[in-house]
Design a protein around this ligand. Sequence first.
Ligand SMILES: Nc1nc2c(c(=O)[nH]1)N[C@H]1C(S)=C(S)[C@@H](COP(=O)(O)O)O[C@H]1N2
Ligand SMILES: [Mo]
Length: 412
Amino acid sequence: MTQRDIHRRRFLQQSGAAIAAGSLVATHATSTAAAPDNKPTADKLIAGKDARLIVHIAEPPEIETPLALLRESRITPASLLFVRSNQPMPGAETLAPLPSKDWKIQIAGPRSGPAEIALADLAKLEQVEVELVLQCSGNGRAMLSAAAPAKGAQWQAGAMGNVRFRGVPLTKVFEHFRIKPSEQARFLTAEGRDAPAKSGEPDFEHSIPLDDALARSLLALELNGEPLPAAHGGPVRLVTPGYYATMNVKWLSRLRFEAGETANYHQVGRYRTPKEPLTPGDKFTSTLDNSDANWRMRVKSTIFAPLDGEQLTPGKHKISGVAFGDGSAQIESVLVATSPAGPWQAAKIEPSDSPYAWQHWSIELDLPKGKQQIIARATDAQGRSQPLSAAADWNPAGYAYRGASTITVVVQ
Ligand SMILES: Nc1nc2c(c(=O)[nH]1)N[C@H]1C(S)=C(S)[C@@H](COP(=O)(O)O)O[C@H]1N2
Ligand SMILES: [Mo]
């Protein structure tokens, strides 16, 4: 079986659960019978991970955190944090750090300053710690697949976590090493030490706007107060608060300064959303002109309690969850309703210490007997909000889902 066949079979298996009707369900049944799901648990794939995580793909890992575990702590422990790698990285199957003694980061492109930085020198500089939401831009793809199948691992809502990264701000790196990119450089492109599974495939790399990178990015060396785990990009990773995790290149090996975004497949052919809305099921080939890169995160909320499908008794129940955006504006409201037609009631939002962290919210609702829908919708101070329909943002690869968080509970 080719890689593509395996991928397709897995895709069909996973999307079967998310798609209510149609021919995919039949395919799901047959392919399950043909290939029983015997994927190893997360702790077997990455030493230190919790066995209860959802393994979408074993290698390279695509592992999700169930909301029942994600909601247990304010800071997501590394043992529970989702993992997503596009290509294999030898030695990264663990939360332990990778050997970093001879690690260097190359600096490329028109500039003044050195051509490389030793990790040991970087680690001596002043560091800051930032609490932030780390979220794959494919998070919620399964919800988009309800409108029309969106290709890729069928992440539900848990390809995210709220963590603390500590590292050296990019501006401090520039100052200390006297790095001055040419005035033409508008983008920072980051490469990692991992390589494609097969030779000839494009290597994973990403470009982000240099102005945001200078205002926000860190060369991260720690996660939640521990040396950055190998599975999460240790010993050093580019982290840009408020950006999709997809842009946070792990195992950082090279930084380039360029006038434009890289022409690399992962930047141009993937990880972008169409500028013009599509009809679910449409074909779409992204280019730099017709689409936006998965950079700043879209405003969204996620209901943490109750959980989808939970059984409740009639009466008052606390509905709670989290909300976040790209960190450039506060979450101003989270409105909750039991029908898309309303009435909408404002949840109480707790302040957070960092503009990039998620904010907890809660509200008490009186739930009558029956099957009840609960919908939460966040809006930030710039008026950016969440569409009620998942179809609104549909794109074939299912990126940047931000639909209103919707669950169904049974009250009896
Ligand atoms: N070098 C490298 N960095 C990478 C990737 C990768 O495949 N290689 N995957 C990206 C994607 S798509 C995501 S969502 C995040 C996942 O971060 P995590 O595994 O620490 O949760 O890493 C990003 N950084
Ligand atoms: Mo991602």
